[in-house]
Design a protein around this ligand. Structure first.
Ligand SMILES: CC(C)(COP(=O)(O)OP(=O)(O)OC[C@H]1O[C@@H](n2cnc3c(N)ncnc32)[C@H](O)[C@@H]1OP(=O)(O)O)[C@@H](O)C(=O)NCCC(=O)NCCS
Length: 165
């Protein structure tokens, strides 16, 4: 049996205002009381036309989320965050959520996706490297004034235009 057939199905959908409590609880689980994204910010991310918040839902629970930001006049999408709740990790959810985020950026006509990741986040770096992202830069002491950020980019090929081999 392969890994994805063992995993409980997750469905991926746009975040809704009714997800706010679950998203905040999820964020607090990861970052504690000093959580990074406030209710107000989550609300903005859900309603703003300049971003796409995708929720992974499994068994009626918010199992994870990904947030993609867009800038007017730019063909670059920025993956601002992607996270899977601890109880749902290592089941392939992040890889599929990332693919959903890429598909969403492609539909908006973006030509590439960029992201920053802590240089000590080996799991996330492995996820990005095995999903086609390539390292192109570094931001010194980007996190807490201490930890460098690695900058990754992936070209977003329009699959409908790809020629058969
Ligand atoms: C990084 C994270 C999103 C991965 O979620 P996940 O659902 O467990 O990941 P998947 O099961 O889809 O794994 C996909 C690949 O990522 C890599 N990976 C994920 N977690 C890993 C870990 N703990 N150690 C090593 N590699 C890991 C592997 O290459 C894995 O492929 P494999 O299982 O075939 O080896 C999750 O650990 C998380 O939410 N971490 C905290 C938040 C975070 O760091 N977000 C990224 C920066 S914003």
């Amino acid at each position: 049996m392969n890994k994805s057939s063992r995993a409980p199905a997750a469905k991926f959908r746009r975040g809704r205002l009714s997800d706010l409590d679950a998203l905040l609880a999820f964020e607090r689980d990861f970052f504690g009381p000093d959580h990074q994204i406030s209710r107000r910010s989550f609300r903005r991310f859900i309603v703003s036309p300049n971003c796409t918040l995708i929720v992974a839902e499994s068994g009626g629970q918010v199992a994870g989320c990904a947030l993609v930001l867009y800038r007017q006049g730019s063909k670059l999408a920025r993956l601002y965050t992607i996270a899977i709740a601890t109880a749902f990790q290592r089941r392939g959810h992040a890889r599929r959520l990332l693919a959903a985020a890429e598909a969403s950026a492609r539909r908006r006509g973006c030509r590439a996706m960029r992201l920053e990741v802590r240089e000590d986040d080996a799991g996330a770096i492995a996820l990005y490297e095995t999903s086609g992202f390539r390292l192109f830069g570094r931001r010194s002491r980007y996190y807490d004034g201490r930890i460098d950020a690695l900058r990754f980019e992936k070209p977003l090929v329009d699959k409908s235009r790809r020629r058969p081999a």
